[in-house]
Write a protein that binds this ligand. Structure first.
Ligand SMILES: [Fe+2]
Length: 286
């Protein structure tokens, strides 16, 4: 068994930028990093599934690199619709995989079982996502290389409609094209995504697709609203994926990165031990 974490949609802005003033995004990400470093079963690595910064600027990526640099395990990046590929490559020169393929930040991670494949859904200047034939062809080739090896895909835009009307207007364009490929490769254990700032699951092309909640602001459950988007400060969170292997495959847990504390622990002798330290306090907004 081993675990890996997924955090997403940090929306780091400059300290005087809107995202940081309203949601304290940098401070929330710092708390999430400390949370992951302190988990009793430390994740082997962390997937960061896009919208890493809010405006795509160099200064934002410098702040991001400082915070993520405090992770005590490797981390992997993909772009979201708020990101800029060139600025990402510049801010993380040691992340050679960001060179990607054919201009897109698509790559495989071969160091663990299961294998991981990163997909790049960014359309510069637009909120929605696209894979296009070139990116889909690349995925099809990669999946054909190791058909018997369990594989997890990760991308920014989830490949399903969420029922959140406004978010669905900025969803992934070619969901059917991705589904056609995934359906032909039954080694795909899961498709992991971000973008919608909520934990949502959907059956997808013979596998399971999941979107992760954010470490700062979430999208409110205001399903029918097409005209506006409501943001809500629900408990900040990420996902902790547990690879059990064999018949048991992958299970995915929500891990709250703020607003929670450990109450008590059941010991081997059946006694409860009262815990005193607060692990991750909520961050009050100004
Ligand atoms: Fe986002």
């Amino acid at each position: 068994m081993f675990t890996f974490a997924q955090i997403t949609d940090f929306h780091i802005s400059r300290p005087d930028g809107m995202a940081d003033r309203m949601y304290q995004t940098a401070r929330h990400l710092g708390v999430a990093v400390a949370h992951l470093n302190g988990l009793p079963q430390r994740p082997e690595f962390v997937l960061c599934t896009g919208d890493l910064v809010d405006g795509g600027g160099d200064r934002e990526y410098a702040i991001l690199a400082d915070i993520l640099g405090q992770l005590t395990m490797p981390f992997y990046l993909i772009p979201g619709n708020h990101d800029d590929r060139a600025a990402m490559r510049q801010a993380f020169p040691e992340h050679a995989y960001l060179a990607g393929h054919d201009g897109f930040m698509q790559y495989t991670i071969e160091a663990w079982e299961p294998r991981l494949i990163a997909l790049d859904t960014l359309i510069p200047g637009e909120s929605g996502g696209r894979l296009c034939q070139r990116r889909l062809d690349w995925l099809h080739e990669r999946l054909g290389e190791q058909p018997d090896r369990p594989t997890i895909l990760f991308m920014h835009h989830p490949p399903f409609r969420t029922g959140l009307a406004k978010m669905d207007l900025m969803g992934l364009e070619d969901k059917a094209g991705l589904a056609n490929i995934v359906r032909r490769h039954d080694q795909v254990e899961a498709v992991l995504a971000g973008h919608v700032h909520r934990f949502i699951t959907r059956r997808f092309a013979g596998t399971v697709a999941i979107s992760a909640p954010g470490p700062a602001h979430q999208i409110a459950l205001d399903l029918g609203a097409e005209e506006h988007l409501s943001v809500i400060m629900e408990p900040p969170a990420g996902l902790l994926h547990v690879w059990l292997g064999g018949e048991d495959g992958l299970v995915s847990h929500v891990t709250y990165t703020g607003g929670c504390y450990q109450e008590q622990t059941l010991l081997k002798d059946g006694q409860w031990r009262r815990e005193t330290p607060v692990l991750t306090p909520a961050i009050p907004l100004a």
